[in-house]
Design a protein around this ligand. Structure first.
Ligand SMILES: Nc1nc2c(ncn2[C@@H]2O[C@H](COP(=O)(O)OP(=O)(O)OP(=O)(O)O)[C@@H](O)[C@H]2O)c(=O)[nH]1
Ligand SMILES: [Mg+2]
Length: 359
C-alpha cells in the first residue's frame, strides 16, 4: 500500500473512532445525580439510578449529539476512595467535565476541582468545566446566590473558571440551558489536538519502519557505486555509474512506499517536484554535482592519478552515501508535507460537519 494511502487510513481510523468526540465526563459525590442528569439529557433512561451508594460502578459512555457523555461512579465511598477512583477512572483522559453536586461539598470535591484545573494547564488545550447544582427544586430563589457564593468559595474558583447551572431531574428544569452550553462549545478544539497528535505519531512510526528498510537499500548501492564509475560528472574529474544512483533512488522511494502517482497529486509542492526531478538523469547530475562538492571530490579527484583508484572508489562510496542521505531527507520531507496536506483536508471536513451540526 502506498504511503499516502497508509497515512489516509490512519487518519480515517482516528477520525471515525473514539477520538473524534468531545468526551464529557460527569464527576461528583455518589447520589449527586450524575446518572439522572445524563438520562434527562438523553431523554430516556440509559443509566441506572438509585438511592444507595455506588449505583454506577463502571465508566459508561453514551452518544449525545456529536459528544459522548461519560457516566462515572461517585468518589469518596468505601468502594471508591478518592485516590483509588482517580487511578481507576483516569479523569485526565476526558475533554470536558461536569461537576455535579446536590448538597454539602467535601474536601474530595475541592481536590477534584483542583485536579481539573491542573489537567487543563498540563495539556495545553481547553478543558471546560461546568458546575451543576442538581435537586434545584428544593432551592428558593433567594438561596441561589448563597449557593453560588458558597460553591465558588469552597472550590476556590470563579464563575469565569466554570459556570454554574441549576438543574432538577425530577421536574426536568435547567437542562435546556446545560445542553445549549454543550452545543455551543467549540467542540473541535477539544479533540482536534488529540486526533492530530495521534495521527502524526502513527505516521512517524510508519516512517521509522521505512527508515530501517532504507538503510539496507543504501548500503547495497554504496558498494556498487564505489566500484563503478562510468559516467563522468561534467566539470568534475570523477565518473559515476548513473544506473546505480537511479536504482538507489528508486529503492529509497520503494522503501518509503512513495509511489509516483501519489507524488503527482502533490506536485505543486517544491519538495515533491525535487523528488520527481531527481529521478531524471539531469536532476540526478545536479544533485551529484552538489553532493560531490560537499564530499570534497573536486579537491581530491584531480589527484586520482597519484592516489590511485582505491581512494577514488572510496570517494564514489561516500558520494553515494551522501546522495542517498539527501534523497532520504527529501522523501521524509515530502512524507511530512503529505501528512500536513491530509490533516488540512480533514480539518476542512470537520469544519463542514460542525457547520451542518450547528445549523
Ligand atoms: N428529588 C430529586 N431526586 C433526584 C434528582 N436527581 C436525582 N435524584 C435521585 O437521586 C438518587 C441518586 O441519583 P443518581 O443519578 O443515581 O446519582 P449518581 O450521582 O449517579 O450516583 P452514583 O452512581 O452512586 O455515583 C436517585 O434515586 C435519583 O432518582 C432531583 O433532581 N430531584
Ligand atoms: Mg450514577
Amino acid at each position: 500500500m502506498s504511503l499516502e494511502k497508509e497515512f489516509k487510513m490512519i487518519l480515517q481510523e482516528l477520525s471515525s473512532e473514539e477520538n473524534a468526540y468531545a468526551k464529557i465526563a460527569f464527576v461528583g459525590q455518589p447520589g449527586a445525580g450524575k446518572s439522572s442528569i445524563i438520562n434527562a439529557l438523553l431523554g430516556h433512561k440509559a443509566a441506572a439510578t438509585g438511592q444507595g451508594t455506588d449505583i454506577t460502578r463502571e465508566a459508561a459512555e453514551y452518544s449525545y449529539s456529536f459528544h459522548r457523555l461519560v457516566d462515572l461512579p461517585g468518589y469518596g465511598t468505601d468502594m471508591f476512595r478518592f485516590q483509588d477512583w482517580k487511578e481507576q477512572f483516569r479523569p485526565e483522559q476526558y475533554d470536558v467535565f461536569v461537576f455535579v453536586f446536590s448538597g454539602k461539598l467535601t474536601g474530595d470535591d475541592a481536590r477534584m476541582l483542583e485536579d481539573l484545573k491542573g489537567y487543563a494547564e498540563n495539556l495545553d488545550r481547553p478543558r471546560p468545566v461546568f458546575l451543576v447544582r442538581n435537586h434545584g427544586e428544593e432551592l428558593e430563589d433567594e438561596d441561589l446566590d448563597r449557593v453560588r457564593e458558597d460553591v465558588y468559595a469552597h472550590l476556590n474558583m470563579t464563575e469565569k473558571d466554570a459556570p454554574l447551572y441549576f438543574v432538577d431531574c425530577r421536574y426536568k428544569t435547567g437542562l435546556t440551558a446545560l445542553s445549549e452550553a454543550f452545543r455551543v462549545m467549540d467542540y473541535r478544539s477539544l479533540w482536534h489536538d488529540r486526533v492530530e497528535s495521534h495521527f502524526y505519531k502513527k505516521c512517524y512510526d510508519k516512517l521509522e519502519i521505512c527508515r530501517k528498510r532504507v538503510r539496507q537499500a543504501i548500503d547495497g548501492h554504496k558498494v556498487a557505486a564505489g566500484l563503478n564509475g562510468a559516467n563522468p560528472i561534467p566539470g568534475l574529474d570523477i565518473g559515476v555509474d548513473m544506473a546505480v544512483y537511479m536504482d538507489m533512488f528508486s529503492d529509497i522511494r520503494k522503501a518509503y512506499h512513495i509511489e509516483d502517482k501519489d507524488l503527482s497529486r502533490y506536485s505543486v509542492m517544491p519538495i515533491v517536484r525535487q523528488i520527481l526531478n531527481l529521478a531524471t538523469k539531469n536532476g540526478l547530475m545536479l544533485l551529484l554535482k552538489n553532493s560531490a562538492g560537499k564530499v570534497f571530490v573536486q579537491k581530491i579527484s584531480k589527484y586520482v592519478p597519484l592516489i590511485g583508484t582505491a581512494v577514488a572508489a572510496g570517494i564514489g562510496y561516500r558520494l553515494c552515501e551522501y546522495a542517498g542521505a539527501e534523497y532520504v531527507n527529501d522523501c521524509e520531507e515530502a512524507a511530512e508535507k503529505i501528512m500536513d496536506a491530509l490533516m488540512r483536508e480533514q480539518v476542512k471536513e470537520w469544519e463542514k460537519d460542525t457547520r451542518l451540526l450547528l445549523m
